[in-house]
Ligand binder design. Structure first.
Ligand code: BES
Ligand code: ZN
Length: 624
């Protein structure tokens, strides 16, 4: 056989452009342990996708046409997982078949696809199809959509699932532009993280262009019965027609939010900002696919109280999409910066009180996560910089990257003052735009541009390379949450629930996060009667929004109140958002109450058909 050559031995040591510029000799190798690709030797610059989306057999038939960089090598290595290759050709006008080898498959990374080329090869065309094992794709039957008339398909690429529907160099270190021609059933519309149609095409044919270079994990596709609600010339919402009116109300602040974000960290560089509301199975609150954030319908709370998720995904247009983590060990550079920026947007839009309420709830989540991670198999996961070699990059999706990351930045801001900090971050986004960055180059940049010029001593290493939460972490308080907690303490102490200031309180009198603080502070020791009384008045089981419901159901499991089970079951069947359901399943598994575990297993059996692979596999782990 050709190949299986020495590519593993030639370890190349790229030095980021910035370090090069400044003549910094430190030249640590940057390698991404989650990709097989040899992108340091030859890389995809542009990919064109020809896709035929078949809803009858749930297969995408595709050709991935890679335009490669100049090189002298004789093989190009791509990532693939759960797809079938038909043939691979070289050339543009005239295509000629070439040899390839699919290496041994790993349960996390998939397999290397090594293609034989000649030095100078520019065009590699991979003919392929997806399979039942394609993890990125969620094919939904009509019953699982809002309209219940048409099927739906969406993809989820982050962290390393793009390789399961496109054979590609699936590392965030390589940025590519892309275009696509997509064929779908005529009654559906296709949308991508690119320029999008506003209306259906009668033949079901769509052409897309993404002219800004992005990492592979941001290539995304959604196909369904959708219509566009415009909020002006550069932003709007795609949703099933049944949800359009609700969306119009819930997301009306979108144009203002973009303006506010631009005022903080500079121009929005992606021209258009739209949302697409996916079905309930979507495993995340939101996903920052460029130009088109994918969003969970749980965001439609009816009172605009979950809009911070949109602020978060919009913020990724700077942190993550413009400046991208080089590897999944540097994930906090995406999420920590984004949570920080999200909070700044919330403050500018709705005031400091609301922003602080959000931050305090997150801080509670962080403390709980630290406690949990410290007890786990990987206590070192409380460091910002992760070591995920041989592990799923998904393991890094914890409150550490998000909230410890954000508190790191808040602590720095507090130290140097907002003015200097904002100038620093604006320059950071600007000078690293459309690049990837490692934690180590960020630290160099931080030292050179913020800490040294301002003569600040700060133990960056403690925050980034050591576990737990440093003592200098800034504290944020919220009187409104403290009040709710004090009320919960009264209830815990045995006082009547709805007396005094709370005599006539209704759910609408407080925002989501205030109810979360109240529920989280209630003791699992309180009686079932009290829980039932609270539920009767506040209707938490029956119709609170999902963020409150998750905390409420967990409390009831811990307290052994099984009267909420029918609501909990309906909730777990309807919703696939991982963070919301995972903690409920976990509470059921941890419970000593007879029947809770069985209830979890039985509910999962009913629900799993409606979960995306990401949530299904996480819950399977929990139930093991
Ligand atoms: N990029 C993430 C989602 C993600 C992370 C998908 C890692 C796959 C791997 C997205 O921006 C996100 O953070 N979503 C959160 C929103 C929240 C923090 C406001 C979610 O889904 O809950
Ligand atoms: Zn995020």
């Amino acid at each position: 056989m050709f190949l299986i050559s020495a590519f593993a031995v030639i370890s190349c040591t790229p030095i980021s452009k910035r370090e090069d510029d400044k003549n910094i000799v430190k030249s640590e190798p940057v390698s991404d342990s989650h990709s097989y690709s040899n992108h340091h030797e030859i890389r995809t610059e542009h990919i064109h996708l020809d896709l035929d989306v078949n809803f009858d057999n749930h297969i995408i038939y595709g050709v991935a046409r890679h335009r490669m960089s100049q090189s002298n090598v004789t093989e190009a290595i791509f990532d693939m997982k759960g797809i079938e290759i038909q043939k691979i050709t070289l050339g543009k006008e005239i295509e000629k078949e070439t040899e390839y080898i699919i290496g041994e498959s790993d349960s996390i990374k998939g397999a290397p696809l090594t293609v034989e080329i000649t030095p100078g090869t520019e065009h590699i065309n991979i003919y392929y199809q997806t399979t039942r094992e394609t993890e990125a794709l969620d094919w939904l039957a009509p019953e699982l959509t809002a309209g219940k008339k048409h099927p739906y398909l969406y993809t989820q690429g982050q962290a390393i699932l793009t390789r399961s529907w496109i054979p590609i160099q699936d590392t965030p270190m390589n940025r590519i532009t892309y275009s696509a021609d997509v064929k779908v059933p005529a009654e559906l519309i296709a949308l991508m993280s690119a320029n999008n149609p506003k209306e259906k095409n009668p033949e079901g044919r769509y052409h897309f262009e993404m002219k800004q270079a992005i990492p592979a994990y941001l290539i995304a596709l959604a196909v369904g019965d959708m219509k566009y609600t415009s909020f002006g010339s550069t932003c709007g919402v795609y949703s099933e027609p049944e949800l359009a009116d609700q969306c119009k109300y819930e997301f009306v602040d979108l144009p203002k939010m973009i303006e506010v974000a631009e005022n903080i960290y500079g121009a929005y560089r992606w021209d258009q900002y739209d949302l697409v509301i996916l079905p309930y199975s979507f495993p995340f609150g939101g996903m920052e696919n460029p130009r088109l954030t994918f969003a969970n319908p749980t965001l439609i709370a009816g009172d605009r109280s979950l809009i911070s998720v949109v602020a978060h995904e919009l913020a990724h247009s700077w942190s993550g999409n413009l400046v991208t983590n080089a590897t999944w060990n540097d994930f906090w550079l995406n999420e920590g910066f984004t949570v920080y920026f999200e909070n700044r947007i919330m403050e500018a839009m709705y005031g400091k009180e609301i922003a602080d309420i959000n931050a305090v709830i997150e801080y509670q989540d962080l403390l709980a996560s630290i406690e949990q991670i410290e007890k786990s198999e990987h206590p070192e996961d409380t460091q910002l910089k992760l070591q995920l070699e041989d592990r799923s990059p998904d393991d890094g999706m914890t409150d550490i990257a998000y909230v410890k990351g954000a508190f790191f930045l808040r602590t720095l801001e507090d130290l140097v003052g907002r003015k200097k900090f904002d100038a620093f971050l604006t320059n950071y986004f600007d000078s690293h735009a459309f690049e990837t960055i490692t934690t180590e180059s960020f630290i160099q940049y931080l030292n050179a541009e913020l800490l040294i010029p301002n003569d600040v001593t700060f133990d960056t290493d403690e925050w980034i390379y050591r576990p737990g939460l440093p003592n200098n972490c800034i504290k944020i308080n919220s009187q409104r949450l403290t009040d709710m907690e004090a009320w919960a303490e009264q209830v815990n102490a045995g006082e009547a629930v709805f007396t005094g200031d709370y005599k006539t309180i209704k759910r609408g009198d407080r925002v989501t996060q205030e109810w979360q603080a109240f529920v989280r502070k209630l003791s699992p020791e309180i009686s079932k009667d009290v829980l039932i009384e609270i539920d009767n008045r506040l209707k938490l089981s029956a119709d609170a929004n999902p963020a409150i419901k998750s905390d409420w159901f967990i409390l009831n499991v811990k307290a052994g109140n099984t009267t909420v089970r029918p609501y909990m079951e309906a909730y777990l069947i309807k919703i696939g958002r991982r963070w919301y359901i995972e903690s409920i399943y976990q509470a059921l598994v941890d419970s000593d109450l007879k029947g809770d575990r069985e209830f979890a297993l039985a509910t999962f059996e009913k629900a799993k058909g409606g979960y995306h692979f990401v949530s299904r596999s996480t819950i399977e782990e929990v139930l093991k």
